[in-house]
Design a protein around this ligand. Structure first.
Ligand SMILES: C[S@@+](CC[C@H](N)C(=O)[O-])C[C@H]1O[C@@H](n2cnc3c(N)ncnc32)[C@H](O)[C@@H]1O
Length: 226
């Protein structure tokens, strides 16, 4: 596990003056997420449901959700600091107009989600354009691999969901297979999200916007823990 992390970190692109820029917005980060395990509602000072995005990139999707659904709490996790910096800067800008106290960012790579959240603590998980890891020998790193699904099942409440979007047909087929072999039940599924009935309530991500300009089809599914 350690090795795969190191490989990913080495590939990170650095932003100019990244450390100084990060220091300025680090007050928006949850410093020690592991300590909040089982107590995330205290971190938000309310009892509202909590939703996670893993691999939030530059944060457009989760900031839109948090603005639109202020009666819900959101936690966005991103391992690449240079990318997360953009999300934090966006949040800082948004905060000039909106409180957005319902959104917390975490700068970590998830290996086992159960390190941060207790059983039944989470109401929904968003996986948007997760890294496809196309080589089959890297399949275990895909965020929809059964080893990750086991963790999601544990932290999700009954009725909790995973929503998954990708442009990548190989990751799509793999993810559908993994979910079909898991305790989750797929309740929504389309191979062309933007032409489907689900598009009207869809919040787009940065990657999605880019792919739409290229007329790429977006695969989407929602699976629930029964
Ligand atoms: C292809 S990008 C998509 C970003 C964003 N969701 C979007 O759709 O615009 C995938 C992101 O997931 C992050 N990521 C991949 N594995 C992760 C993990 N295990 N924990 C946290 N972030 C992860 C990567 O650093 C990258 O920024």
């Amino acid at each position: 596990m350690e090795v795969s992390h190191r490989v990913v970190i080495l590939r990170q692109k650095r932003v100019k003056n990244q450390e100084e820029k990060l220091a300025k917005v680090s007050y928006l980060l949850e410093g020690n997420p592991f300590e909040n395990m089982g107590r995330w509602n205290e971190a938000f000072s309310n009892r509202n449901d909590i939703y996670l995005e893993i691999g939030c990139g530059k944060g457009k999707f989760i900031i839109s959700h948090a603005k639109e659904e202020q009666d819900k709490n959101f936690i966005a996790i991103e391992g690449q600091q240079g990318v997360l910096l953009r999300a934090l800067e966006k949040l800082e800008e948004e905060r000039k107009e909106n409180d957005l106290k319902n959104l917390i960012f975490i700068d970590k790579y998830i290996e086992d989600i159960r390190d941060m959240f207790k059983e039944n603590e989470i109401a929904g998980i968003y996986l948007n354009f997760s890294d496809p890891w196309p080589k089959s020998r890297h399949a275990k790193r895909r965020l929809t691999h059964s080893r990750f699904l086991e963790g999601y099942e544990s932290i999700l409440k009954r009725g909790g969901f995973i929503e998954f979007k990708t442009d990548n047909p190989i990751l799509w087929d793999f993810s559908v297979d993994e979910l079909e072999g898991s305790p989750f039940k797929i309740i929504e599924k389309t191979e062309d999200l933007h032409k489907s009935v689900f598009s009207s309530r869809n919040f787009t991500t940065e990657y999605e916007d880019k792919y739409r300009l290229l007329y790429k089809k977006i695969y989407y599914l929602k699976a629930v823990k029964e």
